[in-house]
Design a protein around this ligand. Sequence first.
Ligand SMILES: Cc1cc2nc3c(=O)[nH]c(=O)nc-3n(C[C@H](O)[C@H](O)[C@H](O)COP(=O)(O)O)c2cc1C
Length: 165
Amino acid sequence: MIRVLVAYASERGGTAEIADWAGAALRQAGVDADVRPAGEVTSLDGYDAAVVGGALYAGRWHREARRFVRHHADALAHRPVWLFSSGPLDRTTEERDIAPAPGVAKFARRINAKGHATFGGRLTPDARGFLASKIAKRMSGDYRDRDHVTEWATGIADDLRKAAV
Ligand SMILES: Cc1cc2nc3c(=O)[nH]c(=O)nc-3n(C[C@H](O)[C@H](O)[C@H](O)COP(=O)(O)O)c2cc1C
């Protein structure tokens, strides 16, 4: 069976849940998926492919996602890899594809990623942190769309299964 690692970096749990949704969709589509925090992964041995996701903060991927790609760049470059970002606190991701942040696009090129998706984010009204609480006063809400994530991950499973034939 094809084995996929879904590695994520999340500060407030929103991106972690997106990774769980992606993992569930991959399994539903017939591939084996492990969903793990990027900081806890020491090796990609045994995985045929990877999905790497990070929350967006100040126009950049979460630190752990950046570290993960830097640290495992060679292993990632030798496997099919898809990236995702979660951030926008509005409905734009439902209206059109949002290009990756420049730093994420650079990582995508470096490891020759097969694709990237931007999913909406979530910020709760009671978010802690100096900046987060300020932002939450203006734009809290949950803009994540599980169906969008499921559709994207199901497409990945289809691509992997076709490539394995
Ligand atoms: C301080 C702060 C900065 C943020 N910067 C961005 C940003 O640059 N781009 C973006 O799309 N979303 C931004 N967001 C929204 C977050 O990416 C969103 O809340 C996301 O769902 C957080 O994921 P997490 O719950 O996994 O940490 C920001 C949120 C906070 C609190």
